[in-house]
Design a binder for this molecule. Structure first.
Ligand SMILES: Cc1cc2nc3c(=O)[nH]c(=O)nc-3n(C[C@H](O)[C@H](O)[C@H](O)COP(=O)(O)OP(=O)(O)OC[C@H]3O[C@@H](n4cnc5c(N)ncnc54)[C@H](O)[C@@H]3O)c2cc1C
Length: 411
């Protein structure tokens, strides 16, 4: 009998527990989470949970830990790992031994040097349920909210906060929104949509200081411009939590370095989810910071632990909700090849696909969930597609998929 200790009760940690049992693991599983709440859905924090103030959806149904025989220790922070003794240190008196360890400690919101002189609690970030609740307290119709950072979370927040009746100013240092994740075309598309929603967007502005005077948030930029509001939120990305791993001597580089089975450079230790820098199918490795990749990494690490390793180099896959649209993406939109724009039968852009040597490398879908499901299969299987058929929005994606799979069989 073995003990697997899992640190971090987010989607990666909870999925690892379930997958271990589903793969036949019969030893002990201990799950530590430093947040006190039952494991919850983090993506909802910038969307429905912020808007309604209701509890976020749980990650598992009540009683799941009994069903899967998991000892869940919520509100307990692991402060260090002793690999020599194979133990987790909880405080001066308490430690827990393990045979295998899974680090599923996630990431934290990146801070902005310009905000460091602001009094505590006056500049928000958004990573945890507590952050979301603190932010919601300050929102209300007519409040002027300054969002710093035009990436996914900044744009999602701009949408949610605007629909709550606030005035929204969105500041981005690049010359387009969402460049890193969605590329220039989709960035411009989202900017148009957010502007239509009434969001005031300023590109190419670099924030140098945020101060608070008599409750007014005063945001100053290098160009000399100044923006004032009632609420300031910094959304400039996330930093993988590597402290436990790094302090214990594991190799880290913006994430705990793992192989395609989730193994770190210590054979007894795995890392998954936002905390892990995982190999990609198309080369390189990085922390992917997405819900679905965190899940698939957890499943992969669990198989490795039970001795059925199935290497799973990752293809980034994610979704977002911006200005009333459900946007799904797979692969890296920037890269070799050409972008094919697929219009809906009504003539609106419905997908952007990066095609290289006849194979779809990446796709972004706007409100086309059924089509996207076929595109994910095309990307995974690396089928060659007909680019004219792909661009023709009157041909269903199912038909594109069928034609591509027939052609693949003939080859
Ligand atoms: C506001 C927001 C919106 C998002 N929206 C989307 C979206 O629309 N689509 C999408 O694909 N992704 C989205 N994401 C990203 C997604 O939520 C993450 O990729 C996913 O939650 C990562 O899961 P994880 O289990 O690796 O880490 P986490 O969810 O961060 O969980 C890690 C847990 O470990 C705990 N922990 C850390 N250190 C310790 C310790 N020493 N001891 C005990 N516990 C510890 C943390 O407190 C945390 O509870 C969003 C993220 C945020 C913040």
């Amino acid at each position: 009998m073995q003990t697997v200790a899992i640190v971090g009760a987010g989607i990666a940690g909870v999925t690892a527990c379930r997958s271990l049992r589903e793969s036949g693991f019969s030893g002990s599983i201990i799950l530590f989470g430093d947040e006190a709440q039952e494991p919850y859905d983090r993506p909802s924090l910038s969307k429905s949970t912020l808007k309604t103030g209701g509890p976020p959806p749980p990650l598992a149904k009540p009683g799941w830990e009994q069903e899967f025989d998991v000892e869940m220790r919520l509100g307990e922070r692991v402060i260090s790992v002793d690999f020599h003794a194979r133990s987790l240190v909880l405080d001066r008196q308490r430690s827990v031994t393990f045979d295998k360890l899974v680090l599923a400690v996630g990431a934290r919101a990146r801070s902005l040097a310009a905000a460091r002189s602001a009094p505590p609690g006056t500049v928000h970030v958004l990573r945890t349920l507590a952050d979301s609740a603190a932010l919601r307290e300050e929102l209300g119709a007519g409040r002027r909210v300054i969002i710093i950072g035009g990436g996914l979370i900044g744009c999602e927040l701009a949408t949610t906060v605007r629909t709550m009746g606030c005035e929204v100013v969105l500041l981005e240092s690049s010359d387009e929104l969402l460049l890193r994740v969605l590329g220039r075309k989709m960035g411009a598309w989202c900017r148009d949509r957010l502007t239509g929603l009434g969001v005031e967007i300023h590109l190419g502005v670099s924030v140098t200081s945020i101060s608070t005077d008599a409750g007014v948030r005063d945001v100053r930029c290098s160009s000399g411009r100044r923006f004032t509001g009632d609420v300031a939120i910094v959304c400039v990305g996330a930093e993988p939590s590597v402290e436990l791993a790094r302090d214990a001597g594991l190799a880290c580089n913006r994430g705990v370095l793992v192989d395609a089975c989730g193994r770190t450079d210590n054979p007894a230790v795995f890392a998954i989810g936002d905390a892990a820098s995982w190999p990609l199918r198309d080369g390189g490795q990085r922390s992917l910071e997405t819900y679905l990749n965190s899940q698939s990494q957890a499943i992969c690490a669990a198989s490795s632990i039970v001795g059925q390793a199935k290497p799973a180099p990752q293809i980034p896959i994610s979704w977002t909700e911006i200005a009333g649209s459900h946007i799904q993406m797979m692969g890296d939109v920037e890269g070799p090849g050409a972008i094919v724009e697929r219009k809906s039968p009504e003539g609106d852009a419905s997908m952007y696909l990066r095609l290289h040597n006849g194979v779809i490398q990446a796709a972004i879908s706007i409100d086309r969930a059924k089509d996207f499901a076929f595109v994910t299969k095309l990307i995974e299987r690396e089928f060659e597609v007909d680019s004219n058929m792909l661009a023709d929005g009157t041909t269903g994606m199912r038909d594109v998929f069928k034609a591509a799979s027939r052609a693949d069989v003939k080859c």
